[in-house]
Design a protein around this ligand. Structure first.
Ligand code: HEM
Length: 405
């Protein structure tokens, strides 16, 4: 059995482990995990979010279609991050931070700073007696400032939600409303810090993993134009001239599913370190209780013992295969496995499938002048959610617009 390592930075950003992803195994984690699985990320809630998903994807497609300079390229990552962040903000807070696509909101800036804090080396994490060096270099002060501004932002959001409820205004219940309701129930064990920790989990886990998966899918498809063409032909055949891909079209898009499965195989996200909870033996090696371990899904995907032509992007390998991402096939664990398996699988897959389908259906994608397919960068950048080191730039060509000209 494994649980996350305790870590000053996790402790600060999760309001003293009042969350799901960093909380050590125990009652606190179990209670909140139940809320995530059976309430916040349940299929019933997912069904009620369908409108938000659809309208945010429409908004993204329109902003690409109507960009002022039709010949210009777009930075795929910026659009994907904005899309998932908007969706996640809508379901969490009930509103999005409006603004131009590709531009960052105040909240995104704060979360970016938080992400960067996990890429920085803190001496105190490895040599506890030398934590003062992190104060001296200013890192710890920056971290505390960032945690404070995020905490204040969340508190204001909670207060505003309480005000609206007090005024009796009629509105659809979002995550924050739901958590406040739980917190106010008699004998509830949910505190304001649990609300803040849960918001942090949903914002971080819900934004970056889907956005990075989408960015990698577009990267791989741009590197493999024949695969891109095959996926587009399928979508355009299934959807016809309807103008957009709807959720009901997705079950008929088999090849799209293979593309997403293969992207998740080669580009797993959130490879967290873990700590063993008891002594165990793996492959003849003794692993003591308390050892830090990493289940390196990235390396497993590149292991020829587990996959034929392991490093090749071959969506067809999943055709007719029984291997899936529900945590039972140990050579393929893009959402993890066991009791800590990602509780947002359906949520994440819904964003990725519908957004990718609409991007491929609506536009043809070209590389900027002078860039060849083999120039596209496949190196991973730093962080828990890994994007390409060099941003992917592509030129979208509106299919319908071109057909009319
Ligand atoms: C394509 C999208 C996604 C991918 C690839 C992904 C991947 C993962 C992975 C690999 C883990 C670690 C599992 C383990 O250690 O066994 C994880 C955990 C988690 N994910 Fe996701 N995730 C995605 C989307 C989401 C979404 C949309 C949400 C919420 C809105 C979410 C919330 C969480 C949470 C809260 C955890 C911690 C679970 C725990 O420790 O009990 N994820 N995810």
């Amino acid at each position: 059995m494994l649980h996350p390592p305790t870590h000053d930075r996790f402790q600060e950003y999760t309001f003293n482990y009042c969350d799901v992803s960093a909380a050590p195994y125990g009652d606190n984690w179990r209670n909140l995990r139940k809320v995530f699985v059976h309430e916040l990320l349940s299929n019933k809630k997912l069904f009620s979010f369908r409108g938000a998903f659809k309208s945010e994807i429409d908004k993204m497609i329109e902003s690409i279609r109507n960009r002022p300079d039709q010949a210009s390229s777009i930075n795929i990552k910026d659009f994907m991050v904005r899309l998932s962040n908007n969706i996640v903000c809508r379901v969490t807070f009930g509103y999005v931070n409006e603004g131009i696509y590709g531009e960052r909101s105040q909240l995104q800036d704060m979360l970016d700073k938080a992400n960067r804090m996990f890429e920085v080396f803190f001496v105190g994490d490895y040599f506890p007696g030398f934590g003062w060096i992190d104060w001296l270099t200013g890192k710890r002060k920056r971290l505390q400032k960032n945690v404070k501004e995020i905490g204040e932002f969340f508190q204001q959001t909670i207060d505003k939600h309480k005000d609206v409820t007090k005024r009796g205004e009629d509105h659809e219940e979002d995550f924050v409303d739901f958590m406040i309701r739980l917190c106010e129930e008699e004998g509830s064990q949910i505190t304001t810090d649990h609300i803040k920790g849960s918001i942090m989990d949903i914002l971080i886990a819900g934004t970056d993993a889907p956005a990075a998966t989408l960015t990698w899918a577009m990267t791989r498809l741009a590197r493999h134009p024949m695969v891109m063409k095959k996926a587009q032909e399928e979508l355009r055949r299934v959807v016809g001239d309807k103008g957009k891909v709807e959720e009901s079209d997705l079950p008929h898009c088999e090849y799209l599913k293979l593309v997403i499965n293969e992207t998740l195989r080669l580009h797993p996200q959130d490879i967290f370190p873990r700590v063993t909870m008891q002594d165990c033996k793996i492959d003849g090696y003794d692993i003591p209780k308390g050892a830090r371990v990493i289940v390196n899904t990235w390396a497993i995907a590149r292991d020829e013992a587990a996959w034929v032509n392991a490093t090749e992007f071959l969506p067809e390998r999943f055709e007719g295969s029984s291997i899936n991402f529900w945590g039972n096939d140990f050579q393929y664990l893009p959402f993890g496995a066991g009791r800590r398996i990602c509780p947002g699988i359906n949520f994440g897959m819904q964003i990725v499938s519908l957004a990718l389908a609409n991007l491929l259906y609506t536009f043809d994608w070209e590389l900027p002048i002078g860039v060849k397919e083999e120039d596209i960068d496949l190196d991973d950048g730093p962080g828990f959610a890994t994007y390409n080191k060099t941003p992917l730039l592509l030129i979208p060509k509106n299919r319908y617009y071109q057909a009319r000209v």
